[in-house]
Every structure is written in C-alpha cells, then in structure tokens.
Design a protein around this ligand. Structure first.
Ligand code: GDP
Length: 179
C-alpha cells in the first residue's frame, strides 16, 4: 500500500457554536450530529485524500478546539505546526462574523506566517430555508476575505454543501505552497 507523503496539520477556529465540530465530522466521516457536544478530549481527526492533478496522497490532520474557545483559551500549542486554518463564522449570527478580525489577529500572532486560511460562512442551509435568518451577506464576506487574502466559501455542515470544496481547496493550496 502507498504511504502518505505528506501530513498537513489544519486547525479549525472561530466562535463557539458556529459549527466547527460538525464541519470536521462532515469532512472526515461524512457525518452530521444534530446534538453535538461529543468532542471533549478529542484533539484531531484525519482523512487521507488525493490531491489533483498528481493524485499525491496527503493525510489531513484536522484539529478541533474541543471547546477551548469558550474560555478564550486557545493556546499557541494548538497553532504550532499548522499549515492551514479554517476560520468559521455562522451566517445567521452577525456577532460571529464581527469576531473574525479577532481570529485573524490570533492567527497572525500565533501561527506560521505562511499559513493558508479559508474563511467559511457556515449554516448556509438555515440562511436559505428560513426567511430573515441570514445576518451576513455573501458579498460582504467575500469582500472582507479578499481584502485579508483569505479564501472564502459559504457552506453547510448539515447539508454537506461546499464542505468538501472548502477543505480540499485549502489542502490544495497548502500542497501548492509546500511541494
Ligand atoms: P462548534 O462549537 O463551533 O464546534 O459548533 P458545533 O459543531 O458544535 O455546532 C453548534 C450547533 O450548530 C449544533 O447544534 C449543530 O447541530 C449546529 N450546526 C452546525 N453546523 C450546522 C449547519 O451547517 N447548519 C445548521 N442548520 N446547523 C448547524
């Protein structure tokens, strides 16, 4: 069997309740749990993927904060060695978007300068299905991401929409930078 040639550490960050754990579960196990508080103690999950066009095998090691962000206690150990970050907000809760610059600052302070960052507006399913629920516009978020040099997707851990695209886009960019 072919060994993975690369292991990429990716951290998932953002306010509590935005769906970090569910995004990770969707990507690594294709699962979603409506009631999720099962992450305590689990530090990371992995999934091995093939990166186009060479189809090189990469093991993504994706870290979950396990609730540390609630106490503003995400430590620099969490960021150590991370090549990528998924910064998540909730499109139905404006405050979580307003806190994004704080998370960007945290990355700039603790992570490697060359870290690749994707901004993800999660719970797009809610914004689409419940009138009035959307509190953050797509254009606004895209403009912000562009300004900050971040990749951007709206996604839904619930429906699975764009989850694969966001993670694979991030892993592809990292691959392009390190290979
Ligand atoms: P975390 O604190 O950022 O890890 O957030 P969780 O992954 O624990 O999710 C918080 C809550 O939002 C849970 O009740 C999830 O079921 C819900 N949730 C997460 N992602 C989505 C999504 O894409 N759509 C909807 N409708 N709910 C979601």
């Amino acid at each position: 069997m072919m060994e993975e040639e690369y292991v990429f550490k990716v951290v998932v960050i953002g306010d509590s309740g935005v769906g970090k754990t569910q995004l990770l579960g969707r990507f690594t196990r294709d699962e979603f749990h409506l009631d999720s508080k099962s992450t305590i103690g689990i530090e990371f999950q992995t999934r091995t993927v093939a990166i186009a066009p060479s189809r090189r095998r990469v093991k993504a090691q994706i870290w979950d904060t396990a609730g540390q962000e609630r106490y503003r206690a995400v430590t620099s150990a969490y960021y150590r060695g991370a090549l990528g970050a998924m910064l998540v907000y909730d499109v139905t809760r404006r405050a979580t978007f307003q806190h994004v610059p704080r998370w960007v600052a945290e990355l700039r302070a603790h992570a490697d300068k060359s870290i690749v960052v994707v901004l993800v507006g999660n719970k797009a399913d809610l914004a689409a299905s419940v009138p009035g629920r959307r509190e953050v516009g797509v254009e606004e978020a895209r403009d912000f991401a562009e300004e900050q040099g971040l990749f951007f997707f709206e996604a839904s851990a619930l429906s699975g929409d764009n989850v694969e695209e966001a993670f694979m886009g991030l892993l592809g960019e990292i691959y392009g930078a390190v290979s």
